[in-house]
Design a protein around this ligand. Structure first.
Ligand code: SF4
Length: 352
């Protein structure tokens, strides 16, 4: 039996039942793929159902306001992916008459769709023979063939794509790709892969040469930057101030409390309010301090509660809202966590 036939037989017997498993609608495949880039399958299922319930097809997504898309996406992180999906849906609605493109190159041109997602959609929806190489496939293939090159590098990825081109079954490209990803996700797992009952055990380089622990080889060259965020939670007559992030930065277009970013952890709230002529009825308090880890940044955040005698002068991107409406706005995870803590904080914040 060939590699592909062993793989497909294993897949037939072992595949997980997932809501998008027999799906051929490119829109739904796209949604599932983008969600799975954000979260594990178990959590992803609920997000998938919720997203499809809100936006059942590409035209519904295109027509929705961006803030609604971000709100539905809330909790998944990487909001740029949701924004890109929204823009891509509008491109399909405006330039493709609302019909999802059927060719790899056209799919690949859509905003936010990279090689992997384009190949997954093209193969699963249209059975086009493009290998879809995600982290699971990189791991499985580098172990199977004994590839010791750094899988974080593009040239290694390209080499593995070419390897997979020689393996893919043109008539069953979609099933082949799903089987490759499933093999990496459930059998050839990052920790403790199940070599003892793997159908490739007798031909797998890593298993034969006891190199499973050493593969894949991955080395990142990432600099992590620390950022220091000081959030101001103004309270006046059951109202507060929020602002929309507009700069070309993390969490673009999401809402948050007014923010003072400082170069170090040092921030003197008393000097700050004095400089800004902000008058508080009570002493301002730091209500919560946390560290939030993103891919390339550590965010050290402090949340200060300021019971003010009047709402301070607003900047262009700030608005005043009723406290009870806070949860209606799309916010980043860190703000969501602060909002969840507000219940616990109420006893210490007498004005709420
Ligand atoms: S034998 Fe082990 S390392 Fe090789 S493909 Fe199977 S699970 Fe992965």
């Amino acid at each position: 039996m060939t590699f592909a036939h062993i793989l497909l037989q294993w897949f037939e017997e072992n595949k997980r039942k997932l809501p998008w498993r027999n799906e051929t609608d490119p829109y739904k495949i796209w949604v599932s793929e983008v969600i799975l880039q954000q979260t594990r399958v178990v959590q992803g299922i609920d997000y998938y159902h919720n997203f499809i319930a809100h936006f059942p097809n590409v035209n519904a997504l295109a027509a929705a306001p961006e803030s609604e898309v971000l709100k539905v996406w809330q909790g998944l992180g990487y909001y740029s992916r949701a924004r890109n999906m929204h823009v891509a849906a509008q491109t399909i609605a405006n330039e493709h008459l609302g019909i999802f493109p059927h060719h790899y190159d056209e799919i690949r041109k859509l905003k936010g769709i990279g090689d992997y997602t384009a190949a997954a959609i093209a193969s699963i929806a249209f059975n086009l023979p493009y290998p879809a190489i995600d982290g699971n496939v990189l791991r499985f293939i580098s172990r199977y063939f004994g590839i010791f090159d750094n899988i974080a590098l593009n040239k290694t990825r390209k080499f593995i794509v070419e390897k997979c081109r020689t393996l893919i079954l043109p008539d069953e490209a979609g099933t082949f790709n799903q089987a490759m990803m499933e093999m990496g996700a459930t059998q050839c797992t990052p920790q403790h892969p199940h070599c003892e009952n793997c159908p490739f055990q007798s031909s797998c380089f890593a298993s034969i040469h006891q190199q499973v622990e050493n593969l894949p080889f991955k080395q990142h060259n990432i600099t992590i930057k620390n950022r220091y965020f000081n959030y101001l939670f103004f309270i006046h007559q059951q109202k507060t101030v929020i602002q929309q992030r507009t700069a070309n930065d993390i969490w673009n277009n999401l809402y948050e409390l007014p923010l003072v970013e400082t170069p170090t952890a040092e921030f003197d709230i008393h000097s700050f309010i004095q400089q800004q002529n902000i008058v508080c009825e009570d002493d301002p308090k730091m209500a919560w301090e946390t560290k939030h880890i993103l891919t390339h940044r550590n965010i050290f955040a402090k949340f200060f509660v300021l019971p003010v005698t009047k709402i301070p002068k607003l900047t262009q991107n700030q608005i005043v809202i009723d406290l009870k409406d806070f949860k209606k706005f799309p916010v980043a995870k860190i703000t969501e966590r602060f909002m969840m803590r507000l219940g616990e904080l109420k006893s210490n914040i007498t004005i709420i």
